[in-house]
Design a protein around this ligand. Sequence first.
Ligand code: PLP
Length: 448
Amino acid sequence: MSLSEARPSTATRPNDLEAYWMPFTANRAFKKAPRLITRAKDMYYYAADGHAVLDAAAGLWCCNAGHNRDPIVAAIKRQAEELDYAPAFQFAHPNAFELASRVAALAPGDLDHVFFCNSGSEAVDTALKIALAYHHARGEGARTRLIGRERGYHGVGFGGISVGGIANNRKFFGSLLAGVDHLPHTYNRDTQAFTKGEPEWGAHLADDLERIAVLHDPSTIAAVIVEPMAGSTGVLPPPKGYLQRLRAVCDKYGILLILDEVITGFGRLGFAFAAERYGVVPDIITFAKGITSGTVPMGGAIVRAPVYDAFMRGPEHVIELFHGYTYSAHPLACAAGLATLDLYREERLFERAGALEPKFADAAMTLRGLPGVLDIRTVGLVAGIDLASKPDGFGKRAYAAMEKAFHEHGIMIRVTGDTVALSPPLIVSENEIGEIFGRVGRVIEAVR
Ligand SMILES: Cc1ncc(COP(=O)(O)O)c(C=O)c1O
């Protein structure tokens, strides 16, 4: 069938949900009872039938400034009228430099060069490739091993799933990258249950890097990548002192430390980056999501000065890093990013998240004792609530909770396995925090 023949048949079936293969979605269940969103403003989504849905997930951990904020919308419109696209290779547009400077200024220490891409997955691949090429440039090309962590999520590229530690994201996709090892995850319910903030127990788990380094020999290890707070696996804040210990072992052996801040960046934990909260300066930070408050796809890697400098050698007409994307630093993304950073600053949203953290944590803990609640973890404006799995299927209870939340209780929650993850936009009010946990409590009762 030609394309022109195909079009009318689609047009006569405007509500046909079949063609779209939805990502990370139970397609058949969704298409039976779709959760369709048509509009958003500030803290709310509006479903296709018009009912308001309180956004307790910042979309997908990304709309940190809230939805459809006027200054961001205006900046995107202006940019679309002025410059649609400029080639990212060998040419550029001014806002790319402006945004890189602004992002670098938010990052701690000498993290002062920014490589742009379009998603968290690309940011992770970029960071891993920079790490490998960095060692190569310094004459340590034998450093090829990458170390991730169990329960880590670093997107869906082959690099990201290789260093990631979630079985379902790995097991269908072949042998992945060679030479990858994993640290143990940091969760232990016996010692950590119902902790607000960073758990006391678990810093020693960072010392496993020492064992891995000795096993493979440090001279073969390029980088370690971890999320400061593991988000997608169900909200695991780092144990007190854990990241500092990881940094120390990396320093001892010349291993680069990559903090994947795709979720934690741009205020989620009360700081521009979690690195600042934990007083750790990694060699590379990956970011995405909050950089544009979810409005236009964008991601990136921020690198320390010595990493960038290691590449700035050789003849000047030669490309220093053979890596990049057609849409790196896309003009619309840069315009959205600049307007978003302005909004974060003007409304002091990172500080706001920090100030609200104790209230958010207290409100989350009111759900303790509800039927099937096994653990609640909080940090910054994030909460993870583990529900007991139903005997007839892992993930069934949380899936039912998500459906009921959207259709019957007017709230959007994120679920992973049988864990509910909450991460509202940073503009959330104290009343709305109460509303979120009130509604989530009722949802949990409803799926008992
Ligand atoms: C820590 C982390 N890294 C990478 C990614 C992948 O980002 P994207 O879905 O934009 O590729 C995510 C997405 O949630 C993430 O949480």
